[in-house]
Write a protein that binds this ligand. Structure first.
Ligand code: NDP
Length: 263
């Protein structure tokens, strides 16, 4: 029996155990997926191996720490320095990022998006910004503090803190901050968020399973919005494919993981 887990702080809200266990159970794959509440991100690697894990996902706030902990990082995670999926490959910790492709899947229904505002500058924002740029999408990043913007200066068209931000027109605005996850905060001061929403065609939040204050405001303004559930599904399907090392078919993983959202 293989054991998988999600590391995070907080982690009790995570739907990942339900999603992955639904796939394992329905497809008779001998594995189990649990949660690990990890406070100190520097303990990620030793905790992973002491639990005898075959693989794991990493969520807030440890994705950048996860990148540093890896013996080897593959694919898109190398570009962004952010890891959300870990694999135990013969005692070595291998890191991947499935968040960005998961998000591309989630926004397919918004059609041809050319101009995106990202709220936040953490691990998720990095992954999404770099992935959008690959598709020639014009990206602006808006964050509370300046220090995290450094990474974006050579990656996106514009990056701002709340103090020097001037709103433009956007096809899509994405909240990647954790504002609204455990609290009732907006991702930026209300007057900025109002202006942004008044100039945006679609809205997405990376947070799932709750109407954040940001999504509530979008709803009030009759803007088409979605929470992070489809992103979660997309990244989960791709992570599961890595966990089972292609022993299961991608379509079967997708169908069975989708079922966990209906429970
Ligand atoms: P990080 O901890 O790496 O980054 C958090 C970001 O949020 C920082 O830019 C930080 O700004 C900002 N922030 C935090 N609190 C506030 C606040 N009160 N007001 C404004 N800005 C704030 O987090 P991640 O990128 O890993 O995750 C971000 C969110 O995305 C989480 O809510 C997570 O649950 C969600 N997520 C969902 C996924 C899904 O599948 N649906 C996948 C991945 C993430 P500062 O630099 O100023 O501190």
């Amino acid at each position: 029996m293989k054991l998988f887990a999600i590391f995070g702080n907080p982690v009790s809200h995570s739907r990942s155990p339900l999603m992955h266990n639904c796939v394992f159970k329905n497809l008779n794959y001998k594995a189990c997926y649990t949660r690990v509440h990890l406070i100190d991100g520097s303990k990620l690697k030793e905790t992973f191996f002491s639990l005898g894990l075959s693989g794991a996902n990493v969520t807030v706030p440890h994705k950048e720490e996860a990148f540093k902990a890896c013996d080897e990082v593959r694919g898109f995670a190398k570009t962004v320095g952010v890891v959300n999926t870990l694999i135990n490959e013969d005692g070595k910790l291998i890191g991947y990022n499935t968040d960005a492709d998961g998000f591309m899947y989630a926004i397919e229904e918004f059609g041809d998006v050319k101009n995106i505002l990202i709220l936040g500058a953490g691990g998720t924002a990095k992954a999404l910004a770099s992935r959008f740029v690959q598709d020639d999408i014009k990206v602006t990043v808006l964050n509370r503090s300046a220090s995290r913007l450094e990474y974006f200066k050579n990656v996106v068209s514009r990056c701002h803190t709340w103090d020097d931000f001037e709103v433009q027109k956007y096809d899509l605005v994405v909240n990647t901050t954790s504002a609204g996850l455990k609290d009732e905060e907006l991702p930026a001061p209300k007057e900025i968020v109002q202006k942004v929403l008044d100039n945006s065609s679609f809205v997405a939040d990376a947070i799932y399973g709750k109407m954040t204050p940001f999504l509530k405001l979008a709803k009030e303004k009759n803007i088409t919005f979605k929470d992070g559930a489809d992103m979660l599904l997309g990244q989960g399907v791709l992570a599961n494919e890595l966990f089972v090392n292609q022993e299961l078919k991608l379509d079967d993983i997708k169908i069975n993981m989708q079922k966990s959202f209906e429970l």
